[in-house]
Design a protein around this ligand. Structure first.
Ligand SMILES: [Zn+2]
Ligand SMILES: [Zn+2]
Length: 119
C-alpha cells in the first residue's frame, strides 16, 4: 500500500510506503490542543516508510515534552507528525487526518482516554 498525504495549504506533501503498524485516537490534552479537536488520530510507521515529496522545509517541530516532537506546517498550521526521538527514534506517527489516500480500516485503539472530552 502507498498512502499520500498533505497539509491544508498543500505546501507539504508526503508518502507512506506500506501499512501502518498500529493506529490510535489519542485523547491526551496535548493532542487536543495541537489538533484543536477531541483527539489526535495517528498511524504509526517506521521512519523508513516516510518520504517527504515536497515542502519539508515548511515543517516546524514543537518539542511538547522532552524528546517528543510534533511536526506542523509553518504556513497553514496542519498537524502532521508525532515522534519520540529519544525512546523510539526509528518510529514516527502520521496524523491520519492529513491523508489524501483514503484509510479504510478502523483505528485500532484509543489511548489516554482518562482525558477524553465529555462533548
Ligand atoms: Zn501547509
Ligand atoms: Zn496525545
Amino acid at each position: 500500500m502507498l498512502y499520500a498525504g498533505s497539509c491544508l495549504c498543500g505546501g507539504i506533501g508526503y508518502q507512506v510506503d506500506g501499512e501502518f503498524k498500529s493506529t490510535s485516537h489519542c485523547h491526551c490534552t496535548m493532542c487536543q490542543k495541537q489538533h484543536g479537536a477531541a483527539c489526535g488520530s495517528y498511524g504509526n510507521i517506521s521512519v523508513r516508510q516516510l518520504e517527504w515529496r515536497r515542502g519539508q522545509e515548511l515543517l516546524l517541530l514543537h518539542e511538547s515534552t522532552p524528546g517528543v516532537f510534533r511536526g506542523f506546517c509553518s504556513t497553514c498550521g496542519s498537524s502532521l507528525t508525532w515522534a519520540n526521538q529519544v525512546e523510539t527514534p526509528d518510529r514516527i506517527a502520521i496524523a491520519l487526518g492529513t491523508l489524501d489516500t483514503p484509510y479504510e480500516q478502523k483505528v485500532t485503539k484509543h489511548i489516554f482516554t482518562e482525558s477524553r472530552v465529555k462533548w
